[in-house]
Design a protein around this ligand. Structure first.
Ligand code: TIU
Length: 230
């Protein structure tokens, strides 16, 4: 493979150096993907799209593993005493009009305490389970840079470019890409590898990333990326 790879993308072709590009997979956790998880409870059950990204993320994982490129996984969750959970995040749920459930972060659910570190639901789905040598970053927020060591990890690995997938597009994926852009990383979201709970949000979420000459980054497709990496 050439040192620099260029793939078709919105808003214009995305060039990334193989020597300093990582895969960043956001929050592919049981709590966001499986029935009875936090996302299912909170979003009112539309798991079709988030379920469909799992096999696509497996394909991108396989490609990066074969080339021995760096892989970073994130998990959203909190300490058992919730001392790292911002009040803006904890308090928002049960009192909202139209809410049909009373569960909040930390409550017991069928997959364990919701969004609590160490619980079954907090961990990454079996299909995308991190392998030895891959970095797992635990984050208390939506953005993966806030109150984590992700920046230090990426700088330590010499990373300049991020290929991004995960869930959910409207929340943690695009928040993280916006944070990454402010820190100088060139990001490209792979559209088949990112999804959320409201199908109407996907296109505007991606459009806002690449709008205006790539305001926050690029968007490309899985076949395009896989073809370039093989
Ligand atoms: N609620 C929701 O859509 N998502 C999150 O809270 N976290 C992630 O997006 N991972």
């Amino acid at each position: 493979l050439p040192k620099n790879i260029t793939i078709e993308a919105e808003p214009y072709p995305y060039t990334f150096p193989l020597s300093s590009t990582a895969l960043l997979l956001i929050d592919l956790q049981r709590d966001f993907i499986l029935p009875s998880g936090f996302g299912d409870i909170q979003s009112g059950t539309n798991l079709t799209a988030v379920t469909a990204v799992v096999p696509n993320c497996v394909r991108i994982l396989q490609a990066f593993r074969e080339l021995e490129l760096p892989i970073f996984h994130t998990r959203e969750g909190h300490l058992p005493d919730l001392s790292d959970c911002p009040s803006s995040k904890l308090n928002r749920q049960a009192s909202a009009p139209g809410t049909t459930h009373s569960k909040v972060i930390g409550d017991p659910g069928e997959l364990g305490r919701l969004l609590v570190r160490g619980e079954y639901g907090h961990d990454i789905v079996d299909e995308c389970r991190p392998k030895l040598g891959e970095v797992v970053v635990d984050k208390p927020g939506k953005g993966a840079f806030w109150n984590t060591n992700l920046l230090e990890e990426l700088v330590g690995w010499g990373i300049t470019h991020l290929i991004v997938g995960g869930v959910t597009i409207e929340c943690c994926v695009t928040t993280t890409v916006r944070e990454a852009n402010d820190r100088g990383f060139e990001c490209c979201i792979i559209e088949e590898c990112a999804a959320g709970y409201n199908d109407d949000f996907k296109a505007p979420s991606l459009n806002m990333i690449h709008w205006s000459q790539g305001l926050f980054g690029f968007v490309s497709s899985l076949p395009t990326l896989l073809e370039a990496l093989t």
